[in-house]
Write a protein that binds this ligand. Sequence first.
Ligand SMILES: [Zn+2]
Length: 186
Amino acid sequence: MDLYSDEIAYLAHYTKHIFLVALAWLQIRNFLQEKNLITEEEKNQIDTLIINHDQSKKTPEEWIAYARYFHPKGNMSKQERKKSFQKAVAIHKQRNLHHYESLREYKGPDYKCYLIEMVCDYIAMGWEFGNDLFSYYDKKNETIDLPFLYKEYLNEVIETLKHPSMKGIKEPFSFKRVLSQEKNMP
Ligand SMILES: [Zn+2]
């Protein structure tokens, strides 16, 4: 990959997203298990998914388009950037089961793990862009097209996460808050 400084700068955005997804997972993992929404095996599998979250963004066909979108180059029009970004997003969604566009075709017994990875992605994006999981989900609910069983499980997870002990999901992100909560995690 021939990298320009703008594409290296995108590393900060990418790394922050991966880190926030991991922090989102840390906040909810024990709670979801307590509520019997995931088993010990599923928890272990999700640990692995979270560690590898969005790895495909490191391929040139995704990385360069994402980088140009977040760090525009002077000689690219807004329209060009948007077009290349949309193309990269489509490739990304095809390759990753944590996006409902791919997950809806998936028939594996571990579909819940990908749904939880998707929820962590939404929590992280809420922290990044100020649109929390619950309001985002309310807005997107109709478009999130998944098999009935998958959607039913997803709705239950989202409802359960409205518990007062999970209020950090809705609060603006701060490293200080998350790290102090982390100390209390079993
Ligand atoms: Zn993704």
